[in-house]
Design a protein around this ligand. Sequence first.
Ligand code: SF4
Length: 282
Amino acid sequence: MTMPVTIRTILEEFKPEGIRVIVTYRCNKRCDFCFQVGHKSPILEPEKLDSIFHQLSEGGLVPTYITYQGGELAILNEATKYFEVGQRWFPQVFRQSLTTNGTAKLGWYKKCKMYGITHFTVSLHEPDPELEKKVKVLASDGFFAVRVNCYIDKEHPDNIRHVYQFCQKNNVQLTLCEDLRTGETFNSVEYLADLLDLPECHVDYHKHQSVVRVPDQGFMFWIYKHLDNYDYNNVIVLPDGSLSMTFDDVLKGAGCDPAWGPKSRYLVTGESAIGRKDVAAS
Ligand code: SF4
């Protein structure tokens, strides 16, 4: 079987460590800070994903993780079919994660364990007793990790404080993510240190991302800085079945306007305030 050149290029030149599957940009929520415009989107067909995973597997890819995300994957009737495809071609992958807005039923999330999902990332941006209850149950339900993503919405600092305290109290991992609309001069570390009365923050350079880690909070806590980020070495499967090695293509596919905010501009155009030029897969 001849591999399409894009897959061969990706495997030979980039040697990806993981796979990110953007199943669709469609979503049942409309968050203010969402970079997706209109949420009009194709839906990746499970058969198409099966073919892509088959070729990646035949090409020798041994991913260390698979992440499934949207939009919102859980709104699709046959959402678990994508996980089955992952299990079929990459059964050795321990870390299979789902990023979700948490609106599916608790029972559906629990069922994901049977399809190999080990990690959840749940969006929580404001007080939401029902969702918080789900997060607490899932965090103690045998999944390897349940993490909360919370956008740094400067217009609602009380919401950030609430989510932070919820995660700290319940020992749930937390990532505070910079809003793409945030100006390039915004210092999220300083802002959060002040807002949350944090002790000294340390910039901690991990392998693929620079994150700010604040130790001694009793739980895992990161501040996710967009300008330095999105350079995970993973192959991204887009809803139309095309492949990419850069998150910029995810933003472009979602209709994110480069003029929307400085950070989205850098990400969509590949320019960078720190002089980095992202490499697009050919
Ligand atoms: S849940 Fe996520 S994808 Fe859906 S509108 Fe909110 S930010 Fe966008």
